[in-house]
Design a protein around this ligand. Structure first.
Ligand code: SF4
Length: 177
């Protein structure tokens, strides 16, 4: 029998939530026996599968590319999980929301820079007017607060979901930690 498919996605985050995923240490071996990781910054596969059973999403939706990606992923995921405060509340990426995009880019790349001031205009995806939590643009099934959420919480989350239960993470997570 084939294993459930697990995907992890990195939008506008610092990779800290993925580092916490890796902090499960030897429990990753246990997890590898239960799931197939089909898409992730941690594996080679470049195409999102036709259907993932569980997708963990790190980071806020900040760019046009993020928006397109998360809409596609939502359509191809059974259980979508907002992993970490940036996904749940927009957290750190939302600090730029107080400024309009043009003004923010000018301040960061021109006015606050000592050498070679230049606004990046190649390869970098266009920013949305605001960084937004994932649930503001697509339906989210499970929220996991924390910056980052602890490895224990991620392991509990996954084992509960794999057993078909809705995890109660209230004792294992808190915003900002
Ligand atoms: S929640 Fe914290 S650890 Fe996770 S991506 Fe955001 S800033 Fe990084």
């Amino acid at each position: 029998m084939s294993k459930p498919c697990l995907a992890t996605v990195w939008l506008d985050g610092c990779s800290g939530c993925h580092m916490s995923f890796l902090d499960m240490d030897e429990r990753l071996i246990d997890l590898a026996e239960k799931v197939e990781v089909v898409y992730s910054p941690l594996v080679d596969g470049k195409d999102f599968p036709e259907m993932a059973d569980i997708t963990l999403v790190e980071g806020a939706v900040s760019s046009a590319e993020d928006l397109e990606k998360i809409k596609h992923i939502r359509q191809h995921t059974r259980i979508l999980v907002s992993l970490g405060d940036c996904a749940v509340t927009a957290n750190v990426p939302s600090m730029r929301n107080v400024l309009e995009v043009d003004k923010m880019l000018r301040e960061v790349y021109l006015e606050q820079v000592a050498g070679q001031p230049q606004i990046p205009n190649q390869v970098v995806p266009a920013l949305l007017p605001q960084a937004r939590p994932v649930h503001e643009v697509v339906k989210v099934d499970v929220f996991v607060p924390g910056c980052p959420p602890p490895a224990d919480a991620i392991y509990f989350l996954l084992t509960e979901l794999l057993e078909g239960r809705q995890p109660d993470l209230s004792a294992l997570t808190r915003f900002g930690k």
